[in-house]
Design a protein around this ligand. Structure first.
Ligand code: ASP
Length: 329
């Protein structure tokens, strides 16, 4: 039976074309689809929607919430979202946290614009539509199809600034592959609880990346400017002693989430005991991001605050999403 797929176009390199001084968003959804004849060979009824035409650096939380609502109203077997790659690891995760349906939402884009030799947009688009139409990928939430691989939104990262193989899931690996045009699911990913927004997103969440000999002054005045903070700590979740008390004070005033800046692996809970260690910080009110990358932790914290959750509920949301539970669970 012919599958129905609805594709939302948001912009990005995949639809950019020449302009004095560099490429800019140019192609609309119909032009983009027309430029990929292989889409016509699929047993798929493809409906396309021009949703936005912006570089993904300019996508907002609100845009993605609206997109998810619009996608939820589609009577389709699968949804494709086409956008720039720069923020794709965050937008895909936000969609995943909001998506209540069983249909796959498959996000894709391109690293090379259509005028470049070896442009990857057409292959990525065909793969995304194929995965969205496949019953094997139902019930897995938001996915990313790119460079012949399929990734779970929760794990996927943009790991290279120019390579067409930029998307990877360092903690989990790809969950599927394109094999001679067929989407093959390798493993499953358990769905995590979704969240329902009841108001316009407006929470302000800062991200502080801890560095050697960090300056605690960079965190001063944060309570007045922010509703929450994600700390991308060193290693398994460490900060210099000079930052420890500052973070403990902040955690008394607002939710402070502790992630690892390393890009893979979990925040630990009980291994180190020095002032500024993961056990010190978690024992003094910080919330563990577990396996969530700091960028994704920021997405979840902002969403949780936008949902009006209190600190206990935020802690539960992180324990559910983080992949490693929280100490004691
Ligand atoms: N370089 C980006 C891309 O891959 C631009 C963007 O994120 O819109 O599409």
């Amino acid at each position: 039976m012919t599958a129905h797929v609805t594709a939302f176009f948001l912009g990005g390199t995949i639809g950019m074309a020449g302009h004095q001084g560099g490429v800019v968003s140019r192609l609309d959804a119909a032009q983009l689809v027309d430029s990929v004849p292989a889409l016509g060979d699929l047993d798929v009824h493809l409906e396309v929607r021009d949703f936005l035409r912006v570089p993904s650096a300019s996508l907002s939380f609100e845009d993605i919430v609206e997109l998810t609502t619009a996608a939820g109203g589609c009577a389709a077997d699968g949804i494709v979202v086409v956008q720039g790659t720069d923020t794709l690891e965050e937008t895909a995760f936000l969609i995943d946290l909001l998506w209540t349906g069983d249909s796959p939402v498959v996000v894709t884009g391109a690293m090379r614009n259509p005028s470049m030799a070896g442009a990857d947009g057409p292959a990525n688009l065909v793969a995304a539509v194929t995965v969205a139409a496949s019953p094997a990928f139902r019930g897995l939430g938001a996915l990313v199809a790119f460079d012949d691989q399929v990734h779970a939104a929760r794990f996927v990262r943009k790991t290279h600034s120019t390579s067409t193989a930029t998307f990877a899931s360092p903690d989990a690996g790809p969950i599927g592959l394109m094999v001679e045009g067929r989407p093959v699911r390798l493993v499953s990913v358990g769905r995590r609880p979704v969240h329902r927004l009841t108001r316009t997103p407006g929470a302000r969440v800062a991200l502080h990346v801890v560095t050697m000999d960090d300056d605690a002054d960079a965190l001063s005045g944060l309570v007045a400017r922010c509703d929450g903070l994600v700390v991308a700590g060193l290693g398994v979740g460490h900060v210099p002693e000079s930052l420890a008390d500052v973070l403990v004070d902040l955690a008394r005033a607002m939710p402070v989430v502790l992630a690892s800046r390393t890009g893979a692996g979990p925040v630990l809970a009980t291994t180190y005991g020095f002032v500024g260690s993961e056990s010190f910080l978690l024992g003094h009110g910080l919330i563990s991001a577990g396996l969530l990358h700091p960028y994704k932790a920021r997405v979840l914290l902002k969403l949780a605050l936008d949902c009006g959750y209190d600190t206990d509920r935020i802690r539960t949301a992180f324990a559910d999403a983080s992949g490693v539970g929280s100490p004691g669970t």
